[in-house]
Design a protein around this ligand. Sequence first.
Ligand SMILES: [Fe+2]
Ligand SMILES: [Fe+2]
Ligand SMILES: [Fe+2]
Length: 475
Amino acid sequence: MDTKSYTGYKGLPPFVNLLSVDEALEKGQTAEQSVNQLKRFHWTLKRLALIFSNRITSMPIYELKMALGHHAHLCAEHVNTIHERVREMREPPYGLDTAPDKNLDLLLEEIQCAPSPEAFALGVYTKVIPALTRGMQNSLNNINKLFEHPTYRVIRFALLEMQDIEIYGKKVVESLIDDNKREELANWLTFLDNCLDACGDLDGTKDKKEQNLQAQFSATPYQYDPIPQRDERFIDKYNMGVNAETFLLDREQPAQAKLIMLCFKRIREIDVPEMMASIIEETKGKPWNYYKDMIRQLWDETRHAMMGELGFISLGIDWTKIPITWAWSLELNTKCTPKERHAILFFIEQGLMPAKTGKQYEWEVAVAAENNLAKLIQDYDWADEVLHARIGREWIVPEIGGQKQTMEFGSKAWDKAYQEWDKWKTDGLTEHKNWWPEIYAEACKNWKIEPDAKVLAYNQSYKESRADQKEVINH
Ligand SMILES: [Fe+2]
Ligand SMILES: [Fe+2]
Ligand SMILES: [Fe+2]
């Protein structure tokens, strides 16, 4: 029979159109080969998710900080489906918790230890991610979809998102890396190629070129850097001179002016991924779903910051003129334990639940201001909190032993972050300048309205009260 002309009933394609007869006859790899590739993808994605997340805190470039949150999330989300697929084909032990190849792991260690944003970008976006998409594409090309359709699905969806990372990564390299930088790192980049050669490419399907590779950047063991960094557009980072919450909650102040504070509060959420990355890195030994959930929340917080950026664009306000404080992430990362940090986050997020003062209220401000964009921003900022509260209930509350206990523990720990207000001033790090009148006046110009005297006169800092309106007790 001619395999080309073979058809199903009345011309229906055979094999539910998954593949042609010839493909079905020719293609295929053993389950053993398939499992080996899946394990490599699994290991790479799991490690990359944490590598991307760990770097968020010390990444100075705002856009890359955001991208790291995105890429950590995309990698983390595919770990479980691949894990499940291996479990479908194999009996325990699955061997998913150990590096499938020491040279693959060396490659990932090198990326983790890359000393600069440029080295990291070149390593991850020109070497590791392309090797991952190449491996996944290779699997898709070789899979016999009739035999191995479940694997095909899992890899196909993962590849889609890895390609998104690859596309963005190319833009990062085009924008940030010049020839000199590339030249400077040329030997290291060749070393990364050697790692890939030595492990038979990331998917392990090529011949392994055995060689004795000596760790480069990873020769010194990796150390997480808990100090948040920001790029030069972020000014006066210790400034805690404008209490956004007190203004927002003042029923006498007009809704339109409050839009500025909402945007400020959103973009200031840049400090949440900076802080969450430290919890994720310093909390060891949890089940994978803990890290996956935390990274999902971290990505949401990253998006909230970008929603604030968008809000400022829409208002015609240059956000780089506003001090977007880093005090919270800096203080929490350097003074609190990971458990305290997580409890603080939980405490703050629980505080966002009451309708009269929390997320619903912020949304109502946007409604009252009749601003559709702000309404959408607040709608989703609020919606995401539902999930974040659940993540907190699932992971930190049981650890501390109850909702009430977690709240108390979190509130107490949060006070530590307010101990330095005066010290920063006397150390000359900030004047805690009230930046509000200037920014409000600029917005009024765009709105073509006269500034309101009462709004203009707003002058309330975080010296006496925290964001949750609780009195600061350490002064
Ligand atoms: Fe948030
Ligand atoms: Fe938010
Ligand atoms: Fe949140």
